[in-house]
Design a protein. Structure first.
Length: 129
């Protein structure tokens, strides 16, 4: 399982990379591995206001469908349209294949997320590593 040091992580297995006040959100290597072969990603609507914890979209694999939650609050300003035609990008490069980007309304929410070491420990307590 790959966990990148420069990202933040949620307990629902989303990763967050912040660049100039924009939070790019995707699912972690742990999550994509648990889901198996991803066949579809429901992309959220641009200009949607989201709050931390909101269910934003769904991701479907050959095993199951799983909700994607927003780890931060803000406005969705971009979605990864490449996933419409090639959802498996998440399986191949989970940390490159963001699902959507949010303009942060409350950057302090980032402090509530886990760093790489905390996330690795969290995954170990979930019984799989």
């Amino acid at each position: 399982m790959e966990i990148l040091k420069n990202l933040k992580y949620s307990k629902t297995h989303e990763w967050i990379r912040v660049e100039d006040g924009i939070a790019y959100v995707g699912i972690t290597d742990f999550a994509q591995h648990s889901l198996g072969d991803i066949v579809y990603v429901e992309l959220p609507e641009v200009d949607t206001e989201v709050s931390k914890g909101d269910e934003i979209s769904n991701i479907e694999s050959v095993k199951a469908a799983s909700p994607i939650f927003s780890p931060v609050s803000g406005t969705i300003i971009k979605v990864n349209e490449d996933l419409e035609d090639d959802a498996e990008l998440i399986n191949h490069k989970p940390y490159d294949a963001f699902i959507y980007a949010v303009e942060l309304s409350d950057p302090s929410e980032l402090d509530e997320l886990m760093d790489a070491d905390q996330y690795e420990e969290f995954c170990e307590t979930e019984g799989t590593h």
